[in-house]
Design a protein around this ligand. Structure first.
Ligand code: ZN
Length: 255
């Protein structure tokens, strides 16, 4: 039986996500932005929360942990990096670790940059990655704690996943990301296609994710910093990809 995934809104623009294993009835919440909407989504499905898989320490990703742990007695999995204080942690996960959710397996990728502790959970069997605030659709997270070079390396780790990998991210930022991406690659046909799709989804009040790695590789400027035309477009032809990435990130910060 295939895993089931449910996506819903938390706080203002955070995504909540549940992944459920029908065989064992295990259910994990990816991060815990807000306990209320997560509990409601569980009730709707008749699912019991067994695990919370935390991606990084920011409050809009861990704010609901204590209340959910109290209600469900679930296991809390958090990044290996203990320098940030995340409460109620049962298991620490670092690069290459495999975290089980019932019969499902999530491989942990360390993706520092947005924060130093940031990890992504790759469910290879489900061709699904929960990338939280490292990779957004047509965008990427702000480089808050790490360096642009570090963030670029993290994005490369994600980009190495197969093209048909479904990407779930932490926020609904796609519309603004598309508007910015057009300033970097106005002639990118894949970006125009994605823009049309995003407009339709948002008009229907649907989330713009999951996206796929193939679609992102074709249209997300932050994954395309090593494409010569992109380097040229930001005036950095011939420069290392991470410098091109840094320039694109800087322009997005100012946009
Ligand atoms: Zn964050």
């Amino acid at each position: 039986m295939a895993a089931e995934i449910r996506l819903f809104t938390c706080l203002t623009d955070n995504f909540g996500a549940l992944i459920h294993d029908p065989a064992t009835k295990a259910t994990a919440s990816i991060d815990a932005p807000e306990a209320g909407p997560i509990a409601k989504a569980l009730e709707r499905e008749g699912w019991q929360l067994t695990d919370i898989l935390i991606t990084h320490h920011h409050h809009d990703h861990v704010g609901g942990v204590a209340a959910l742990k109290q209600k469900y007695g679930c296991r809390v999995v958090a990044p290996h990096d203990r320098s940030t204080k995340i409460a109620n942690v049962d298991l620490r996960a670092g690069h290459g670790d495999v975290v089980k959710v019932g019969g499902l397996s999530a491989r942990v990728l360390e993706t520092p940059g947005h924060t130093l502790d940031h990890i992504a959970y790759v469910f290879d069997g489900e061709k699904t990655v929960f990338a939280a605030d490292t990779l957004f659709s047509i965008g990427c997270g702000r480089v808050i704690e790490g360096t642009p070079e570090m963030m670029w390396q993290s994005l490369l780790k994600l980009r190495a996943l197969p093209d048909d990998t479904r990407i779930y991210c932490g926020h609904e930022y796609t519309k603004a990301n598309v508007a910015f991406a057009k300033t970097v690659e106005p002639d990118n046909a894949a970006l125009r296609t994605r823009a049309t799709e995003v407009d339709k989804l948002l008009a229907a009040r649907e989330p713009t994710i999951p996206s796929t790695m193939g679609a992102e590789k074709a249209a997300n400027p932050f994954l395309r910093a090593d494409v010569p035309e992109v380097a040229k477009s930001v005036g950095l032809a011939g420069n290392p990809a991470w410098k091109v990435f840094a320039e694109i990130r800087e322009r997005k910060n100012r946009s």
